[in-house]
Ligand binder design. Structure first.
Ligand code: SAM
Ligand code: SF4
Length: 330
């Protein structure tokens, strides 16, 4: 019998985000410092078997229907293809990854053959100099090749996630959208959130959804897409009558916490009921101490009950979580 991951506000989590590593081969300025971070030691990181065991509990016992692997950068995890194959083989579960696409050119076909359904690729600019400025690495063309390989391998619809930064790429929204439309990628802008390792996020400096709409409206006609939004965090629009679309994820200025259906598992086996949660529930220690599947499922259910109604970013008492986005799993 499935025991749903329900919180005290009646929300049921069915979408599991699994961070496979906190490491990354880029250094996006809004995510981590140039020198990187103190990475999790190997022994703290879940093994492939441990990841698959927890995912299996989520899918078989707790009603998880969608599993998205992320990080850090999931493509740097050696066991990724195998983990995806074993997740897909559970049946009845959609699988996806969120990736910076470095190396995707080489692995897209293997990932598709393992049962991966979709990819979200992060790309904030289509100018190679701006790319190098934001990510501190000169790898723009690898991302472009990774995107094309994903589409060619049938990992679609390919979505592109973009963060706009004031004074860096906030004048590039229309050209990024045009580039994505020409290639059949679905672009989504994400408001910058207070999840950077450096704690440099600033509410007054961030580029808001309102500004993004204003910039796009100058060059395109956006009409709300008819399909119901449901738990999708993106507000979706048809561009110039469609079929191309653009999405805006206004996590800060138009929070969608009331419809959240997500739960997160970190690379070191901690359940987080929210990106912004300040508490975690340690499944790794319990698992390594010999807990049964039912005991782990029970801990997970309890962890979900503590989910807050909203992230409260605009509340004066808001405190950024101790771990950055790259360690939580974006
Ligand atoms: N490395 C992979 C990637 O970049 O797609 C997966 C992990 S990354 C943390 C996941 C997503 O979080 C990316 O789309 C990235 O742009 C986004 N992200 C990172 N830091 C962010 C922040 N402070 N605010 C909003 N989005 C952020
Ligand atoms: Fe790496 Fe993704 Fe963070 Fe960029 S956003 S540094 S690609 S984890």
């Amino acid at each position: 019998m499935v025991q749903p991951l329900e919180d005290l506000y009646g929300r049921v989590a069915t979408d599991l985000r699994v961070s496979l590593t906190d490491r990354c081969n880029l250094r996006c300025s809004y995510c981590m410092p140039a020198e990187g971070l103190e990475w999790l030691p190997d022994e703290a990181t879940l093994s492939d078997d441990e990841v698959v065991r927890l995912v299996t509990i989520g899918v078989r016992m707790l009603g998880v229907r969608e599993v998205r692997f992320t990080g850090g950068e999931p493509l740097v995890r050696r066991g990724l293809v195998d983990i995806i194959r074993r997740t897909h083989d559970l049946g009845g579960v959609e699988t996806s990854i969120t990736t910076n696409a470095l190396g995707l050119q080489r692995t897209a076909v293997a990932l598709r053959e393992a049962g991966l359904d979709r990819v979200n690729v992060s790309l904030d600019t289509v100018r190679s100099d701006t790319f190098a400025q934001i990510t501190r690495r000169d790898r723009f063309h690898d991302v472009v090749a990774g995107l094309a390989a994903a589409k060619g391998a049938g990992l679609g619809p390919v979505k592109v996630n973009a963060v706009l930064l004031r004074g860096v790429n906030d004048d590039q929204a229309p050209e990024l959208l045009r580039w994505c439309l020409e290639r059949g990628y679905e672009l989504r802008f994400i408001e910058q959130m207070p999840l950077d390792a450096q704690h440099a996020w600033n509410r007054t400096a961030m580029v808001t959804a309102e500004e993004i709409f204003a910039a796009l409206d100058r060059e395109f006609t956006l009409t709300p897409a008819v399909e119901p939004r449901g738990s999708d965090p993106a507000e979706l629009f048809l561009v110039d009558g469609g079929p191309g679309t653009v999405g805006v994820i206004a996590s800060v200025t138009r929070p969608f916490c009331g419809d959240c259906d997500r739960v997160r598992l970190t690379a070191d086996g901690q359940v987080r009921n929210c990106l912004f949660a300040r508490q975690e529930s340690d499944l790794r220690t319990a698992m390594r101490a010999g807990a049964s599947d039912q005991e782990l499922a029970d801990r997970w259910i309890v962890a979900m009950r503590g989910k807050l109604a909203g992230h409260g970013i605009d509340d004066p008492s808001f405190l950024q979580p101790d771990r950055p986005m790259s360690a939580i799993g974006g």
